[in-house]
Design a protein around this ligand. Sequence first.
Ligand SMILES: Cc1cc2nc3c(=O)[nH]c(=O)nc-3n(C[C@H](O)[C@H](O)[C@H](O)COP(=O)(O)OP(=O)(O)OC[C@H]3O[C@@H](n4cnc5c(N)ncnc54)[C@H](O)[C@@H]3O)c2cc1C
Length: 439
Amino acid sequence: MDSRVYHGRIGVSADWDVVVVGGGPGGCAAAVAAARAGAKTLLLEGTGAAGGMGTGGLVPAWCPFSDGEKIIYRGIAETVFRRAKAGLRHVDEKLLNWVSIDPEALKRTYDELLMEHGVSVLFHTFVAGVEMAGDGTIDAVIAGNKAGLTAFRAKVFVDGTGDGDIAAWAGADFSLGDDRTGALQHATLCFTLSNVDSYYYQNACRLHGNNPGSPVHRIAKDDSYPEIFDTHLCQTFTGPGTVGFNAGHLVGVDSTDPAAVSAAMIQGRRIAHAYLRALKEYEPEAFGAAHLVCTANLMGIREGRRIAGDYELTCGDYLARRSFEDEIGRNSYYLDIHGMSGEMRAVIDKAGRYKAGESHGIPFGSLLPKKLDNLLLCGRCISADRMTYGSVRVMPVCLVTGEAAGTAAAMAVQREIAPRELDRSALRGELRKNGAYFL
Ligand SMILES: Cc1cc2nc3c(=O)[nH]c(=O)nc-3n(C[C@H](O)[C@H](O)[C@H](O)COP(=O)(O)OP(=O)(O)OC[C@H]3O[C@@H](n4cnc5c(N)ncnc54)[C@H](O)[C@@H]3O)c2cc1C
């Protein structure tokens, strides 16, 4: 850090080529890709670990990595996926879809990748502001940590905050929830139970809410558990006698409202405890001796800001399985919307899911926030309409957009141009050289 002070009271850390804010799957992949491409890269992460929702959020499983025929989320995404699942004895080595996540293994995977590529990392460093330069570019992001306030300056920034914090504070246009009603997808605070009887859990329980015989249908109507009002109950083995839960819904949590998220954290912990008690009662063979080990330290926000980009990926593109000349990846995940309107359900029911081998492209334009010249988007805040956001928000896609954003950031720095001025075929060539998949 140099000795200058910013506006008389904030330290300055300059000399960075690329600063990535947020170390979830999007931000980690971006930081690794930027450093790999030769940029002096700093990753700022608010919590004490990389991985975002896959680690601090305790999401217990990866969404599918295959399109039903082959793995399509490749490059850094595939590396993270394969390394994190290696050594998980309960996971079939060949399994590509709905593979469970051991959050500690995933934290180490991200740590190792970041270190191998020479990314500088600051944990417990939360960015809470943006300083603009006169020409409409971002001059610095302002972060707080145990060293006080620091302005981190870079040539190019990448927004990996999930919620598009940096883009929004820099003045980007965005949408949040349904344009007319403001409705948001439901949030969930994930949690982990240990001391579960593995035999009964695997052989006798059919807990998922889609299973008509699941006890959750009775639990949701049981007045003893008012916290559990619907049948959302996804879970998976994450280790010996240990089951990770993505269960319970919190309605209308606005991720940009700290008071709302704080209240939801408290209610989420109540819901997790209610699930423990309910499962002990309804599935005693499997959960009679279970212990609630932990709830997540990150609120499970399914829907945050959708930043307006040079290109907005639309439901029409999704349904048409559209390919793009500037695409940087492919996606085949379904439109997964928690708490959808009747209108949305009708579209989804009519469209059905992709058949094996089908996918759509993700254009580079959806990573470029309109009006801002030295910022790239990655992860779940990329430019997409509300329906398509339901699909592209999941972790394999976030890793892919992260790798593209980080690679583009480094290439722009080397060429001394804005990311949107990059030659798309040069970017795609670089990504392909590193193993990315697209048409
Ligand atoms: C309940 C739930 C269940 C899900 N289930 C699945 C699933 O089964 N499989 C799947 O693949 N995906 C699932 N998803 C989707 C997926 O986990 C997320 O959408 C994805 O992790 C988003 O990645 P990201 O990198 O954009 O952001 P995140 O994973 O949210 O990471 C953002 C990171 O940035 C940090 N950060 C945020 N703001 C700041 C700031 N201002 N300063 C510094 N640091 C900051 C956060 O601490 C965090 O580490 C689920 C999501 C939720 C909410």
